[in-house]
Design a protein around this ligand. Structure first.
Ligand code: SAM
Length: 218
């Protein structure tokens, strides 16, 4: 069977002892391995927000701390980042965050029911800047179709990237997606609601610009 095209490479990466320990001790509390009935998972009726590719999880923790009335699911594949996020969740004693270590495309396909999400965040998805790698980019028409199906009517999709050509491509494919309405008529102003991550901070230090996109599901 042909291997599917993935939007990530599983980097070995350095993992600290504390992150490794968090993965083994905190995973049973905050980690999720299989099928999701989101209400059952969080044990309440509340808005369900999804962050795809949370990295070290700074944005997820900040959003979840600022909005205890919402529930947050984070999906990433990078184990050191997941270990870091688990420690942050534990330190902040957050009860409204759950974490998956998986390909978000597979989770959307196989685990999440349709019309189950109130908001989706994808901040700084890997730009795959070489032309021959563009097919690995997460934001593509087929992915948006799948995502739209899992989002509720009236829900929000917030994207950010510091790679201009990918930003323009995102705008182009979103404008062509009938399920999504642009909330701002083009790129959006940076919202104070979007927390600054180490990744973005480093980019800004290097002089990178950032493009935000904010869409509402029809
Ligand atoms: C460039 S980093 C940005 C991290 C974070 N959003 C930030 O702003 O600091 C992109 C992240 O997306 C994750 N990622 C890429 N494709 C993914 C997928 N299909 N499913 C889950 N995570 C993915 C990577 O592992 C990585 O952590």
């Amino acid at each position: 069977m042909r291997r599917p095209i993935r939007s990530f490479v599983r980097r070995a990466g350095r993992i600290t002892l504390a992150q490794e320990r968090a993965l083994s001790t905190l995973w049973p509390r905050y980690g999720v391995d299989s099928v999701l009935y989101l209400e059952a998972l969080f044990g309440r009726q509340a808005e369900k927000h999804l962050e795809i590719g949370f990295g070290r999880g700074e944005a997820l923790v900040t959003m979840a701390s600022n909005h205890p009335e919402h529930d947050y699911l984070g999906i990433d594949v990078h184990r050191p980042g997941i270990g870091h996020l688990l420690m942050e969740i534990e330190a902040a004693q957050l009860t409204n965050v759950r974490v998956m270590c998986a390909d978000a495309v597979e989770v959307l396909q196989d685990c999440l029911p349709s019309q189950s999400l109130d908001a989706v965040y994808i901040f700084f998805p890997d730009p795959w800047h070489k032309k021959r790698h563009h097919k690995r980019r997460l934001i593509q028409p087929d992915f948006l179709k799948l995502l739209a199906n899992r989002m509720k009517s009236g829900s929000y999709l917030h994207l950010a990237t510091d790679w201009q050509e990918y930003a323009e491509y995102q705008l182009q494919v979103l404008e062509a997606a009938p399920e999504f309405i642009n909330c701002t008529g083009g790129f959006a102003e940076r919202s104070a609601e979007r927390p600054l991550t180490k990744f973005e901070e480093r980019g800004l230090r290097l002089g990178h610009r950032v493009w935000d996109l904010l869409y509402r599901h029809q």
